[in-house]
Design a protein around this ligand. Structure first.
Ligand code: GAL
Length: 334
């Protein structure tokens, strides 16, 4: 009994979260991501793995769904058969969680969905379903605020027509972050008193090289009339920067470029003055929240201090990053 208690205490101290009656049991966590080549997801997973492997008695099994929902469904089935106590799912198709929910309910294995938000009705289908992520609207508003501040500076309105001509590089069609960030960033610019004029927008699927290809076309087509590039994420804004560099356009002639995520490369671009700012999508906080929740669910621990909203959601706030604070974020990177 003494040994058990000591083990429980050591584990609680180590994990910083409440362990339940089965605190000494070996915990197996399964994870499947929609695409392990996505920069933000891969950085999030680096944090998650570091957090989980620093705890005792936990093993982790990770799969890449490689953008196939059918593969992901099969992976969840395999992880359940392998005895995973809880499974973290970064859905490929956020509108198609049915198969996974049915499997989870049938086998009584809790699921923590993350990053790609399913609709609330789906999350309500069974008590063992949770979501960890960030509020898309907040990121769009913050991106718009950073862009507005930069566009009010002398020289941003290059043709002096009193309007900001802009391009949006959008993430995947149908993704909550792409839809909401596009709408909110532009609305925030307008609410901040700027007159804006949309040149065009393009879907580049969160992807740096797709964004570079689109942007190269736009540079040829619209040249110096582009005054602002709003990327739905850092990788696409970095793709825009790649296009300006490849076109050998002097940096002083680039438009204002803003991103979202605060990936390592995104933060470096802010530090180098290539992007005016980004919005930090708290990869560390989300990883820790997932690890704490997974551990508590697997061991029957209390969920009371995990910051759950409506007993289902853990929301991590976004943060604005500009020249003023970028060094704090860079020094905190893995
Ligand atoms: C967003 C993130 C993107 C991409 C996407 C994948 O939250 O900003 O960079 O990772 O998730 O679902």
């Amino acid at each position: 009994m003494k040994r058990l208690l000591a083990c429980f205490l050591a584990l609680s101290l180590l994990t910083g979260c409440s362990a339940g009656k089965n605190a000494d049991k070996k915990v197996k966590i399964g994870v499947t991501v929609y695409d392990s080549y996505d920069t933000f997801i891969s950085e999030l997973m680096t944090n998650f793995n570091a957090d989980v492997t620093s705890r005792e008695n936990i093993t982790i099994e990770t799969y890449n769904a490689n953008k196939s929902q059918t593969s992901q469904n099969k992976q969840v089935e395999d992880m359940i058969n392998d005895g995973c106590d809880v499974i973290c799912v970064n859905l490929v198709d956020r509108t198609a969680p049915k198969k996974i929910i049915d499997l989870a309910r049938k086998n009584n294995v809790p699921i923590i969905f993350f990053n790609r938000e399913l609709v609330e009705e789906d999350l309500q289908q069974w008590e063992g379903l949770y979501y960890v992520g960030a509020d898309a609207e907040e990121s769009g508003v913050m991106e718009g605020e950073i862009a507005a501040d930069a566009c009010k500076q002398d020289g941003a309105d290059k043709n002096g027509d009193g309007m900001i001509q802009y391009i949006v590089l959008e993430g995947e069609a149908g993704h909550q972050d792409a839809i909401v960030r596009t709408e909110k960033s532009v609305n925030t610019l307008i609410q901040d008193g700027l007159s804006v004029d949309k040149i065009t927008s393009a879907i580049a699927n969160w992807n740096r090289s797709q964004a570079q290809t689109k942007m190269a076309q736009y540079i040829t087509q619209y040249g110096s009339s582009i005054e602002l590039v709003l990327g739905n994420n850092d990788d696409m804004s970095l793709g825009a920067i790649d296009a300006y560099k490849a076109a050998e356009i002097d940096q002083s002639d680039w438009p204002v470029i803003v991103g979202i995520d605060g990936t390592k490369a995104g933060l470096q671009a802010v530090e180098n003055h290539e992007m005016v700012g980004t919005v930090y999508n708290d990869q560390k906080g989300q990883a820790t929240a997932m690890a704490n929740l997974a551990y508590a669910l697997a061991t029957g621990g209390s969920l009371d201090d995990l910051g759950l909203t409506d007993g289902k959601y853990i929301w991590l706030p976004y943060q604005k990053v500009t020249q003023d604070n970028v060094s704090d974020y860079l020094s905190d990177m893995q």
